[in-house]
Design a protein around this ligand. Structure first.
Ligand code: DX5
Ligand code: ZN
Length: 223
């Protein structure tokens, strides 16, 4: 069985205390999920390599950079130098094969992401080449949006492709993952769970929120 992993998205954390936010989840987190938005690929502008470098200095948890940028080829090297362990590029940005090769050359993990309206067929050529497929369950750009259940068949389709080809590729879901929706996502085949507001704005401690999510998801995958 593939390992369940939790990837807290610091987009929903207090930006005045990002180091504390990272430290508050590091016992349970498999990844720190850093949403890199350039104000062009998506309207929001978030953080750059300097922030990633500062976070990498305060934690040993691997950092995954979710690159929601128009020109990942201009930026990936900076994020690797900053300490990213894995970079995930959007298939909609293009030059995907080149980006995968660049990431491998630079010695990091690599993922390919697809937005809700992008069909599974767009990422199939890259399935054998990546560590993770990130399936957006909201439109990229903002935290705190509502999970889109219409994406579930796509998660199932990609999961079946991965199983049929016996590939060692994780399926990561990103957007609107919380206590209720995690069940649907894991049932469909996801094993890496990105969660922002469900962890950092849940009204309980981040640790308690993660334990909650893992418990619900874990019971499901064991059952
Ligand atoms: C959205 C980002 C997500 C976001 C998830 O574009 O990619 O990682 O932070 O936030 P929640 O969990 O609040 O939907
Ligand atoms: Zn993300």
């Amino acid at each position: 069985m593939r390992e369940l992993q939790i990837a807290p998205s610091i987009l929903s954390a207090d930006f005045a205390s990002l180091g504390d936010a990272v430290r508050s989840v590091e016992e349970q987190a498999s990844w720190i999920h850093a949403d890199i938005m350039d104000g062009h690929f998506v309207p929001t502008l978030t953080m750059g390599p300097l922030t990633v470098k500062a976070l990498a200095a305060v934690t040993d948890v691997p950092i995954e950079c979710h690159l929601m940028v128009t020109s990942p080829w201009d930026l990936i090297e900076q994020f690797v130098q900053a300490g990213a362990t894995r970079c995930t590029v959007h298939v909609e940005a293009g030059r995907v094969r080149e980006m995968i090769e660049r990431a491998r050359y630079l010695g990091i993990g690599v993922g390919v992401a697809l937005s809700p309206d992008t069909p599974a067929s767009e990422i199939l050529p890259y399935l054998e080449l990546v560590d993770v497929v990130l399936i957006m369950t909201v439109h990229p750009g903002f935290g705190g949006q509502k999970f889109m259940p219409e994406v579930l068949p796509k998660i199932r389709e990609i999961y079946e492709r991965i199983c049929n080809a016996s590939l060692d590729v994780d399926i990561e879901v990103d957007g609107g993952i919380g206590h209720e929706t995690v069940v649907q996502a894991v049932s469909a085949g996801a094993n890496v769970l990105v969660a922002g507001s469900a962890i950092f704005s849940a009204g309980i401690s981040p640790v308690a929120a993660i334990k909650d999510l893992l418990q619900v998801a874990g019971e499901l995958s064991l059952g």
